[in-house]
Write a protein that binds this ligand. Structure first.
Ligand code: AMP
Length: 294
């Protein structure tokens, strides 16, 4: 084991995780939990910092969850670098990291899946069959293994956050679900582990996503409420750099149902596109998120 890992306790089993969390709770402290798939960036670390505001002891998990990847997706090539991740987690004061094996989370003969209806069926749902079922299943397992806690998720995956809020409420999990803002590079690109796949030229093209969302946010700020005009702002930027578009949608920020006609004073703009072979998502909640000045 490398030196960096020694600075951060690495828990490998659910039993070790639960015991560590129970010890903390018995001392009267709150547990914070930040689930990730690793290849950590400042977006992930901002979740740890947010967790530390609500909890005295924070554990992150790193697990590339096979059940949330489709057969033609990037499970095998998803970036994995535990040593570097552990160093980053230690730097922001994470107290422990949970790094289970696939067998630990999906033991032989496992047969249970968790489905959140409705919220899983819009936006990314139709384009990634089974994805949200995989997410809901692994997060249910992880939250069960952690026990009572404050769990922090990024608004970068806005639909995922909405699904997990619903899941925690519906399954009576003793968990406070907190959503944290999207961390962006200074030029506006939403941070993502998958940005590592982009060439320099593709990364430049990717800036059209946030540019389009921010431009629509400006229009909304000027009073525009017509969905087709708002979407046109985003689409005109995005189509300059790619025609490989899963969706560019305006949806109710709570139900995620598509809005026709006029928005109210709060609405979600969300998109998923491919730049080259890399699928990128981004979103902006009109009337709620702050426009980032470049
Ligand atoms: P992932 O490792 O991609 O599964 O993401 C783990 C957590 O980090 C999820 O809750 C994501 O929403 C969150 N996350 C990823 N990128 C960002 C970002 N740029 N800003 C804030 N949170 C993020």
């Amino acid at each position: 084991m490398s030196a960096a890992l020694h600075t951060l306790p690495v828990l490998r089993t659910k039993a070790e995780l639960y015991a560590a969390c129970e010890k903390v709770r018995r001392e009267g402290k709150r547990v914070g939990f930040v689930p990730t798939m690793g290849a950590l960036h400042e977006g992930h670390l901002s979740l740890v910092q947010r967790a530390k505001r609500s909890a005295e002891w924070v554990v992150a998990s790193i697990f590339v969850n096979p059940t949330q990847f489709g057969p033609n997706e990037d499970f095998d090539r998803y970036p994995r670098d535990l040593d570097s991740d552990a160093r980053k987690l230690a730097r922001v004061g994470t107290d422990a990291v949970f790094v289970p094996s696939v067998e630990e989370m999906y033991p032989k003969d496992e047969a249970t899946r968790v489905n959140v209806r409705g919220l899983s069926e819009t936006l990314c749902g139709p384009f990634r069959p089974g994805h949200f079922e995989g997410v809901a299943t692994i997060v249910t397992k992880l939250l069960s293994a952690v026990g009572p806690c404050t769990a922090v998720f990024g608004r970068k995956d806005y639909q995922q956050l909405a699904i997990l809020r619903r899941l925690a409420a519906d399954l009576c999990l003793p968990v406070e679900v907190v959503g944290a803002p999207i961390e962006r590079d200074p030029d506006g690109l939403a941070m993502s582990s998958r940005n590592a796949y982009l060439s320099k030229e593709e990364r430049d093209r990717s800036l059209a996503l946030s540019r389009g969302l921010f431009s629509a946010a400006d229009l909304f700020g000027e009073g525009e409420r017509d969905v087709s005009r708002l979407l046109e702002r985003v689409t005109s930027e995005v189509t300059k750099v790619t025609n490989d578009i899963d969706y560019i949608s305006c949806a109710d920020a709570d139900t995620l149902r598509s809005i026709e006609g006029q928005t109210g004073d709060r609405a979600l703009l969300a998109l998923a596109v491919r730049i080259g072979t890399t699928r990128l998502i981004d979103n902006f909640v009109l009337g709620e998120d702050k426009r980032k000045k470049g």
